[in-house]
Design a protein. Structure first.
Length: 284
């Protein structure tokens, strides 16, 4: 049976800011326009740019804008992937800022633009270095006409809309996992009820935890297991129900319970723990 669902409502900008204020979030209003240029700056071999028309604007808070004007350029190529700059990323460029060694710059070399790391070696030679071993650094010589346009201050990643199939598979995987968990929980409930005569105290639930952890791939926390155990619909005659913290304390007092259950016996587990463990292994 399908559960009822609702379409989420969209907050207005004013409602969103009021909500952020009510939750105590710190935020800054992005109201300073940053031009986005149509040209693509090359992260490979230098690339000619025929035109630098502004195609749009990106807005930032005033506090994020430095002393120099800023623009954004679209990266192209693979020479800077080790600096986490990939094809299609936006490079926020501070125009006119003087670069220091290690800064990522956008430079013009003989009329062609490229994005590289600026570096001065011990001999005073200036380089533009790629961040990809497949590309060679560029030594800046007197025969080149080299100008630095500015320093890259921020890399803006493009957010890709996920496909319907990808989202559907995520939901389906969650539903399958939930069904498996529900099935395991029911098998645990039945095995505990059938083996109630083997329980001697609430601490015996540590044995149940060990079995579901090591035999059924349970990856939840001990606290999560305790909550699930407490929620089990066990017969009224069952005298040793689980309680919050009981399993954790039992494991803390019996270090061998941190090991795989196959090693419990040789590390000091009691006879009654081994008997309950074997019963649960055969019945869950």
């Amino acid at each position: 049976m399908k559960k009822n669902t609702v379409v989420p409502q969209l907050m207005s900008a004013e409602e969103s800011m009021a909500w952020l204020d009510s939750k105590g979030f710190s935020y800054k209003l992005c109201d300073v326009p940053i031009p986005i240029m149509t040209g693509r700056v090359n992260c490979g071999a230098p690339l000619s740019i025929d035109d630098e028309m502004i195609e749009g604007y990106y807005y930032l808070p005033k506090s994020a804008v430095g002393l120099h004007p800023q623009v954004e350029l679209c990266a192209q190529g693979e020479s800077m992937i080790d600096a986490d700059i990939h094809d299609g990323d936006l490079l926020r460029l501070e125009l006119g800022a003087w670069p220091h060694d290690g800064d990522i710059v956008v430079a013009e070399i003989d009329g062609e633009y490229t994005a590289k790391v600026y570096f001065t070696d011990e001999d005073g030679r200036h380089w533009l270095c790629p961040m990809n071993k497949r590309f060679q650094p560029i030594l800046l010589t007197e025969s080149m006409n080299v100008r630095v346009s500015g320093v890259v201050r921020t890399i803006v990643k493009q957010v890709v809309r996920r496909s319907y199939g990808e989202c559907q598979s995520i939901v389906k995987r969650m539903q399958e996992q939930r069904q498996q968990q529900d099935s395991l929980q029911e098998r645990v409930r039945k095995a505990v009820a059938d083996g109630s005569h083997l329980f001697w105290a609430a601490s015996a639930w540590a044995v149940v935890y060990g079995v579901v952890r090591d035999c059924h791939g349970y990856e939840g926390s001990v606290i999560d297991f305790e909550r699930k155990a407490i929620a089990l619909d066990l017969p009224p005659t069952f005298d040793h129900c689980c309680s919050v913290g009981k399993v954790q304390r039992t494991i803390s007092n019996h270090p061998y319970m941190r090991l795989h259950i196959d090693k419990w016996k040789e590390n000091g587990a009691s006879v009654r723990e081994i008997v309950l463990m074997d019963f649960l292994r055969n019945n869950i």
